[in-house]
Design a protein around this ligand. Structure first.
Ligand code: SF4
Length: 339
């Protein structure tokens, strides 16, 4: 928690890009290069919950996979506590993975159905040769409790099929925190759960941050979830970050047209009168003649054809610690670097 007060940067992404090649065929030859992430600059502060928000296919999961090094960046640099981890291999990569863990979207697939909960949660301890078998059970009980499975003794000898979806996701969280990582990447951990379970998972993640001091990257398509849980938010569209800032500020005063469209699409329920709407800012998808312009040009209803299609927009300071990537921001300060 002291680190949290110091505002220390724990993780930094500098101009990180990731490309995939689509499969070719006999008629058209080799595959096409698709940009999954384009020169992402991002910093996470120690002890914060940072929300990476975007629709399906925006590149947010790819970003999480690069951070936990399930994939390797094609360009750019990722550092944890100042150490370059972008291309770590072998023993150093294994050591890095003790510090950085991931909770996956699907609790049904992230646990081995043939292994008891105790063995599943203890496996990272055994693989990393941490503690003795006696310590293992103690640690397993402790993290199951932290993950809200209480009394923990009732769960250790069960198998995943004997648990509900929400309970399985708690086990997946327990497994991810058993090595006491300094950074946890939670990739849409509630998207397969109903609302009441989602709220419980949010509380558990807050507990992991508050009691264990872990920093969390929360990947989500839901602005409502990000608002509930996160200290800061980054909005990502087709591999490009388009807005970043404190969660309340981005949601109460969004500046980028895509962020506004996401907020318009968020269910308002009983608070509809309090929450402004921005009208639809999405145009029917239009062609773009080059990739040089704004990444949102194809769908932006506010686009100015010559400027937006031809020139990549600069980052603008639009509020205290809030920046947005757009040519047409009223009252915005001059361009800033997000690196
Ligand atoms: Fe829309 Fe142009 Fe701003 Fe891009 S730069 S978000 S196309 S107005």
């Amino acid at each position: 928690m002291s680190e949290r007060r110091e505002n220390k940067t724990i993780l930094q992404l500098e101009r990180v890009s990731r490309f995939y090649r689509t499969r070719g065929n006999v008629f058209r030859g080799g595959g096409r290069l698709v940009v999954a992430l384009n020169e992402i600059n991002l910093s996470l502060r120690a002890g914060e919950i940072f929300g990476l928000v975007g629709e399906s296919g925006s590149g947010k999961t790819t970003c999480g996979r690069l951070i936990v090094r399930l994939e390797e960046a094609d360009q750019g640099r990722i550092t944890l506590n100042g150490e370059d981890i972008t291309h770590l291999k072998g023993k150093k990569l294994r050591e890095y993975r003790r510090q950085v863990q991931m909770v996956f979207q699907d609790p049904y697939q992230s646990l081995n159905p043939q292994v008891t909960i105790a063995d599943s949660v203890a496996e990272p301890l055994i693989t990393n040769k941490v503690g003795s078998p006696l310590d293992h059970m103690e640690r397993v009980l402790k993290v199951l409790k932290t993950a809200g499975l209480s009394p923990a003794e009732d769960y250790v000898y069960r198998f995943p099929h004997q648990l509900s979806g929400g309970q399985r996701q708690r086990v997946a969280i327990a497994r991810a925190i058993v090595l006491e990582p300094s950074l946890l990447v939670a990739d849409e951990p509630t998207s397969m759960l109903d609302a009441s379970y989602s709220a419980q998972i949010f509380e558990i993640l807050q507990g992991v941050r508050d009691k264990m001091g872990a920093t969390i990257m929360f990947i989500t398509h839901s602005m409502a979830s990000a608002r509930y849980l996160c200290d800061r938010i980054g909005v990502i569209y087709r591999g490009h970050l388009v807005e970043q800032g404190p969660a309340e500020q981005v949601i109460n005063a969004p500046q980028h047209p895509y962020t506004k469209a996401l907020i318009d699409a968020t269910p308002k329920f009983g608070r509809a009168a309090e929450v402004p709407t921005y009208g639809t800012l999405l145009a029917a998808e239009r062609p773009a003649n080059s990739s040089a312009g704004c990444p949102f040009f194809r769908r932006c209803a506010l686009a100015e054809r010559l400027l937006c299609a031809g020139t990549y927009p600069p980052w603008r300071q639009v509020g205290p610690e809030q920046v947005a990537l757009c040519h047409l921001l009223e009252d915005a300060a001059p361009a800033v670097s997000t690196g």
